[in-house]
Design a protein around this ligand. Sequence first.
Ligand SMILES: [Zn+2]
Length: 419
Amino acid sequence: MRKLFALLGMLVLVLPVLFGASRAANVTDLHWVTRNDAPIPFVRMVFSLSSPVHATASISASGTSTTLVLKNATLTGVPTSIVMDDGIAKSATLSQQGSDTVVKIETPKAIDVEDLKVFTLKKDTVNNKPYRMVVDIQKKGVAPRDNYYGKKPATPVAEKAPARVAEAKATPTRVTEAKPAQKAADKGAAKSVAKSAKPAKATPKQPVVLPTVPEKPKPQVVNYRTTGGIKGKVIVLDPGHGGSDPGAIGPTGLQEKQVTLPIAEYLKSILEAKGAKVILTRTTDVDVYGPHASGVDELQARVNVANGNQADAFISIHINSFSNPNVGGIATYYFDESDQSKKLATAVQGQIAEHSGFNGDRGIQPGNLYVLRHSLMPSILVELGFISNPKEEGHLKESETQKAFARELAKGLELYFGG
Ligand SMILES: [Zn+2]
């Protein structure tokens, strides 16, 4: 028996480790969405919970069935069967097995541990969001789009742990592993939930919200200006992610959306002091289009802000992430059919590239990104370091770093518009 437990201990990894573990939770809601805007498309399922749970995830030997067990969790009117994206995750069934909720997700292709990500989001009292467990399943058999983020980050060292996978393969069930980053994030979440200690009320159940069909934007023309100095120019800043979408998450739990917004705010005040008119696509921690909007809706909503305001330039601010924590550095992407965008990218990258404490210049890269392709003025997307790199994550947390990036971005914009 002890031996069996030892074996299980090696293979089955309990994901969120939380205080008050034996407290019963209700599963109050379930949303899902396909994110085709990511370098590798994925299906995201978001389970709303009345309080934190222990959860384990495992993948069947065939690879096409993933099982999540939410310990001591009761289904409260959530649909017990949903049909999803048939290219990535076909369906999910939810069942009550004793005191546990069991979720079975069927995928059309065999997936592996690296295709599955399970993480938690703490209760968000500001935006009235409950504690959530998020399951991401990446599309199998597609390479990250080279033309999406430009070149793929270099991989100087092997980053996977083959030993563990091999070991798991020898058993009938492969089991996913919570990455240290997620564990750290979970611990943080656990603390804040534990602190607020009030027994959470189950939120009223809602139907599953399916992605809506994006409204076609009306064709329009933006008569953007490219010279004559920054004074009077209309600049739209897009703090990447927000609301239900945290963006990438660093090893200590720092979320991309928590970094992109303050940088945009600092940049706004610098540019306004120089006489520019600045509009942010979001000014608080919210989704621009709406919670759990499909990726395209969300991105189009950001583009609409730029097009609708006849912007002279559009800057989307992001932080990069990669599976290898050693990868770092700063890059700027532009839509490769726009010479002005390339000019803007060059001017901005020249200012931000050598930011101290970061892994240096990854250059300007053509990127066929939605927000760049659909905005009608010179537009760029900056990736200010890698949140997955512990050193860069540490710097990104500091407001001094955020302010310095804002100053450099402003300088790049000034150079672009000329004197
Ligand atoms: Zn991003």
